[in-house]
Design a protein around this ligand. Structure first.
Ligand code: UDX
Length: 435
């Protein structure tokens, strides 16, 4: 049958909710299942438990084709396709923990009517083959299997789902390939069809290469600092080469989020498990681990130590446009500052108040200016547009010392110098204000 299908999406996180809402928009009947009661209650009440641009509107507009449940059997009943969007956190050995995926597969025992199971969660290469075997031994030989990794970036996930650079469909079965492609009718992007293992590898390879670009740029930035070159000018001109392109070459305090750190470590573990040391990727990870620590050391040298100092930390989210703090460099920065004896005053426009360390011992402020009152230094950790547009002359007057470390290179060094700031950034010369 061509046309609209019934899809059960397992996992109401960033990926599952966006996938469910977008499939509903494309005309499919979608039920989203999660194990967290609170989450399902909020969704049933018309709320959205996460911040993602356009998601609340999409869910509201397609409410008649979108339901939410805690009950796995109810979700699977009547579904043509099961989409697996549960998380796969790292285990103690650095492998991906697939237990949530196996739970979903177990709940399909009586689902002979299903046309296909599709996994969107990021998994080690070889997982699809194991799932295929598990389906077969559960008597579900007629149920197709496909890997359909997601490449959406947080903050623009709805847009990325509907207008992707590519839709990767990995399956060994032509009917399933056709079905998954049809589910995406209306999506504006090319389909790349391949075998299951290759599709699993595309996701890990793409994220590792993006992370490599960022760490490479950060290393160039460090050399720029030592030699007097300006990383922004270097990257601009390097990026004009069409073979390289300008993307993912922004120097800063490092990448964070739910994907790059986890996926690069997972790919390194996957290589290591087969006895291969992925040295390039190991360096990429090390460079990223060092970025926030280097920033703190440079600021410490400038201040002559943090003991008894107050530092304004501007931006907690791992990037602008999201409330996500997973693996955010801000957590390491806040923690390092406190260990060194500084009081931290922090601000973020979207991140909800956080109770855990290091945030429990930091003062949360409502505006960037409030965070900077009486501060000996401010450090920009997230590239929030509010910071670019801030009345920095007011900040200069409010701070105990007009010292800014711009960990995302969002401000103009000359302008900051003219306002009297000592302005430090990543891969650019430090400007010492004269005002
Ligand atoms: C990423 C991938 O882009 C996406 O395809 C994949 O599915 C999941 O991981 P996301 O984690 O949402 O998406 O964020 P992204 O915008 O890619 O940024 C990741 C991190 O890299 C952020 O911390 C960002 O600040 C940092 N970054 C990005 C840089 O430091 N420099 C850059 O040039 C680009």
């Amino acid at each position: 049958m061509v046309g609209n299908r019934r899809i059960a999406v397992f996992g109401a996180g960033y990926i599952g909710l966006v996938t469910g809402a977008c499939f509903a928009k494309l005309g499919h009947e979608v039920v989203v299942r999660d194990i967290q009661e609170e989450r399902i209650e909020v969704l049933r009440g018309g709320g959205v438990p996460i911040h993602e641009d356009g998601l609340a509107e999409l869910i509201a507009e397609n409410a008649d084709r979108l339901t939410f449940t805690l009950d796995a059997e109810e979700a699977v009943r009547g579904a043509d396709v099961v989409y697996v969007c549960v998380d796969t956190p790292p285990t103690a050995s650095g492998d991906a923990d697939l237990s949530r995926i196996w739970k979903v597969i177990e709940s399909l025992r009586n689902a002979q009517h299903l046309a296909a199971v599709v996994v969107k969660s990021t998994v080690p290469v070889g997982t699809g083959a194991r799932i295929r075997a598990a389906l077969d031994s559960a008597g579900l030989q007629a149920v197709g299997y496909a890997a359909n990794p997601e490449f959406t970036a947080e903050g623009r996930a709805v847009h990325d789902f509907l207008h992707p650079d590519r839709v990767v469909i990995g399956t060994d079965d032509p009917d399933t390939a056709k079905l998954v492609a049809q589910l995406h009718d209306g999506v504006d992007g090319p389909i790349a069809q391949m075998d299951v293992a290759s599709a699993e590898m595309v996701k890990l390879a793409a994220n590792a290469l993006l992370a490599t670009k960022i760490s490479f740029t950060n290393e160039i930035a460090t050399i720029c600092e030592a030699t007097g070159a300006d990383v922004e000018q270097v990257v601009h001109a390097v990026g004009l080469d069409h073979r390289l392109g300008p993307h993912f070459m922004r120097a800063g305090v490092g990448y964070g989020g739910s994907c790059f750190p986890k996926d690069s470590r997972a790919l390194r573990a996957l290589a290591g498990n087969s006895g291969y040391a992925f040295q390039l990727l190991t360096s990429v990870i090390e460079v990223n681990d060092l970025q926030p620590r280097r920033a703190i050391q440079r600021l410490k040298d400038e201040l002559g130590g943090f003991q008894g100092r107050t530092v304004a930390l501007l931006g907690i989210a791992f990037k602008a446009g999201t409330d996500d703090v997973r693996e955010a460099p801000s957590t390491i920065i806040a923690s390092r500052l406190q260990v060194e004896g500084a009081s931290v005053r922090c601000w973020d426009p979207l991140v909800r108040p956080l109770d855990e360390a290091p945030w429990s011992s930091a003062t949360r402020c409502l505006t960037p200016l409030e965070a900077m009152v009486g501060a000996d230094a401010a450090i920009i950790v997230t590239e929030w547009p509010q910071l670019r547009d801030l009345a920095w002359e007011q900040a200069a007057a409010a701070m105990a010392h007009p010292l800014v470390f711009d960990g995302r290179n969002v401000l103009d060094p000359q302008q900051m110098g003219a306002l009297g700031f000592t302005y430090m950034s990543v891969g650019r010369r430090t400007v010492r204000g004269s005002a």
